[in-house]
Write a protein that binds this ligand. Sequence first.
Ligand code: NAD
Length: 435
Amino acid sequence: MATDLRLPTDKIVRPDKDRFLDEENPFEAMMSRFDRAAELLDLEPGLYKVLRHPEKQIIVSIPVLMDNGEVEVFEGIRVLYNTSRGPAKGGIRFDMAVTLEEVKALAAWMTWKCAVVNLPFGGAKGGVVCDPTKLSIGELERLTRRYTAGIIQTLGPDSDVPAPDVNTNERVMAWVMDTYSMRAGHTVTAVVTGKPIEMGGSLGRREATGRGCMIVTKQALNHLGLNIKGATVAVQGFGNVGSVAADLLTKEGAKVVAISDKTGGYHNPAGIDIAGAIKHVREKRSLEGLKGATPITNEELLQLEVDVLVPAALENVITSKNAAKVRAKVICEGANGPTTAGADSILDEKGIFVIPDILANAGGVTVSYFEWVQDRGGYFWTEETVNQRLTEIMVRSFEDVLKLSKQHKVNMRTAAYMLSISRVATVHRLRGIYA
Ligand code: NAD
């Protein structure tokens, strides 16, 4: 018999729909969407409480021998939010702004993101409070290894699989993998993803997030009866996600009319030479001085009349203050949390079709999953196979979310949360709560 998780109705905790939301707080923003989806799903109160709490929070002190011979102590965090569907998956960031609250929010986010694309993973996140620009390579390596040693009990291909995040990269992942392998006594490539190709990384991983954005944008345009050929696009952020999305959308026949980075934006209604812009950034490290386009501000870029807007830089760029001025037909959220909860209803009223971050940028974690699968199988796929399987998952996930959004007459974001929460909840119900 299935476990009955229902509590007497007077004990039911229901989110207060009108409670004050701090627009700038990503945890609040994410949890307010979680609450709305949980309410629509009529989630049992017990499960609601379980899913609102992280499973495990680890805080470690990391002593590091600095180059000057002194010992410095850093704080490291790892949060496993939910592992009911499989090993925890989530990046490690090195940043002064790392806090337990933020890591918890990002770990929850990973849980919903993995579930929306139906990967057999839970969600996690980790970080070390440090300024990596002030550390030498040797210090960075010792910090990475000692942090890894501090959380080694939870790490493992079957339990917790990190990846790169803010200020960490392939090289850091290689150190994590090596430290873990030294303890295990043999090489364990599947303990992290985002590794160098030479040591178990996956082809196509670097482009995966931008490719995923391109795939779901095509699906959205198709759903709206718009043609990708000639569709106009503005992309905010020209880093890994934004530049790949712009490049692949151009290759699909779209016309990217504006791009930007932290130095400002560039607009050309006749279309920007994306290959030229990528070359410019490779040589000059930013878009500054890009020829063949008119300089505009990042704020102006968000307000351009285009078919598709791809915010692929920062969180909180579309807010209750500027949402009314957005004139795109489709927003594809390449970045995490670019739209605040306060902006959602304004975009809805304007009839703008938003592909939410947990779906739009899930291409990266999907190819991380492929990397983990390839490492475990010891058999590596061609880039073509990676891209084809990524396409299948992104198309299927888009369709799953769209179907739910039509069925419940809700926007794509609420539908994406409903889908992921119901997937996690189903596994909890099947497994039963060990309470
Ligand atoms: P990146 O560092 O490669 O690029 C970031 C870009 O944003 C750069 O062009 C930078 O100049 C620009 N930028 C920074 N501040 C800006 C500002 N104030 N205004 C306009 N542009 C600004 O980072 P990325 O890997 O492309 O990630 C971008 C976003 O996508 C982040 O939110 C990240 O969390 C999210 N994301 C990335 C991946 C991935 O696989 N890389 C996966 C999922 C989500």
